[in-house]
Design a protein around this ligand. Structure first.
Ligand SMILES: Nc1nc2c(ncn2[C@@H]2O[C@H](COP(=O)(O)OP(=O)(O)OP(=O)(O)O)[C@@H](O)[C@H]2O)c(=O)[nH]1
Ligand SMILES: [Mg+2]
Ligand SMILES: [Zn+2]
Length: 323
């Protein structure tokens, strides 16, 4: 390793970690375009760039990086990802959003109106990347008890599928404990439409990371106006939480017909039970899934949702591979 001019030293405890230029492990906790905020093993933040060959790095990525100056560095290696959550851009190209997530928290609120279809699509993604889904209905302070009971009943399909539904309000700090229990031990990501209160939930649970990132970007001249796409927060009550910017809609552009079958967990027990081995459960004779709907074991709305998504997936496959 070549000789390197020592970086100017300040006598802060933070400084010790960037004193040598050895390769070391880090965690990506935010990014501004190509600039990454990497947290070292001591919890100090560094503004890094990444070698081009590494592709797009995202929040939650574990990396190896090398200091290159005062609180700056270069990411040299990407550690293997346990999971990768991607989101399509407006043209339908998948863009990675967060890595190593094991819980997807779908946040809803009375406004914009709650959409079961949107929840279904997030659940498919959760299933496909092996993450546990959790539904948070936020702004519960705006619900009457009757409205909340009605909504609870409406969302009971999801509870029966093993996806917990919690009612929350960021106006009510007594809920921090309940939320912490669900977040502890996980790397979770908050997803959902804009304005449902994702960032407010983060602020309730973790008020100081934005300040630390702000200090780093001020010090590095990154400017206050740059906004980060996603940010990872270490929660006081345990666990990591990734905030992501809201979307108006979320479509499953890259999901195939086979993926969908895996993505609807209530279909799993009926695998291989239909008369036709390649049954897509769209009204074929002898369909075990249709039979399960008539006995009430599968929710009719969920099957209709599956069929809609299947129709779209088959259409895409036809466009991609015509003939
Ligand atoms: N009444 C009420 N308002 C809330 C609650 N949580 C958040 N809000 C308000 O809802 C608005 C949107 O909150 P944000 O936290 O910015 O929403 P977000 O989901 O992060 O939005 P995007 O970042 O655009 O995706 C703000 O005005 C919040 O003050 C809540 O529990 N009750
Ligand atoms: Mg937000
Ligand atoms: Zn079938």
């Amino acid at each position: 390793m070549g000789h390197r001019k020592a970086a100017p030293r300040k006598n802060t405890p933070d400084q010790q970690t960037s004193d040598n230029n050895s390769v070391q492990p880090g965690l990506i906790i935010a990014h501004y375009g190509r600039d990454l905020v990497v947290e070292d093993a001591q919890g100090t933040l560094h503004l890094c760039t990444a070698r081009k060959k590494l592709g797009r790095l995202v929040c939650g990525d574990r990396v190896q990086w090398q200091p290159s100056g005062d609180k700056q560095g270069v990411v040299t290696t990407l550690d293997a990802r346990r999971s990768l959550l991607a989101r399509p851009d407006p043209r339908g190209n998948e863009r990675p959003l967060a890595a190593n997530v094991d819980q997807i928290i779908v946040v809803c609120a009375p406004e914009p109106p709650l959409s079961e279809g949107l929840i279904d699509r997030y659940l498919v993604v959760a299933e496909l990347i092996g993450a546990q889904p959790l539904i948070l209905v936020n702004k519960s302070d705006l619900f009457s008890p009757t409205a909340q009971a009605q909504l609870q009943a409406r969302l009971s399909t999801f509870t029966r599928l093993g996806c917990p539904v919690l009612f929350t309000s960021t106006r009510d700090t007594t809920q921090i404990k309940t939320l912490s229990q669900h977040f502890n031990g996980h790397t979770s990501i908050l997803v959902g439409q804009s304005g449902v209160g994702k960032s407010s939930l983060v602020n309730l649970l973790q008020p100081d990371t934005d300040i630390r990132i702000g200090q780093l970007s001020d010090a590095s001249g990154l400017g206050k106006h740059t906004t980060t796409e996603t940010t990872l927060y270490h929660l006081v009550g345990g666990g990591d939480l990734i905030d992501s910017p809201g979307v108006r809609d979320f479509q499953l552009w890259q999901v195939t017909a086979d993926d969908l079958e895996r993505g609807f967990r209530e279909l799993h027990p009926y695998r291989g039970q239909c008369r036709f081995h390649n049954c897509r459960h769209r009204g074929e004779p002898g369909c075990a899934v249709a039979a399960a709907v008539s006995t009430g074991d599968i929710d009719a709305r969920r099957l209709a949702s599956y069929r809609d998504l299947l129709q779209q997936a088959l259409q895409r496959e036809k466009e991609r591979y015509p003939g």
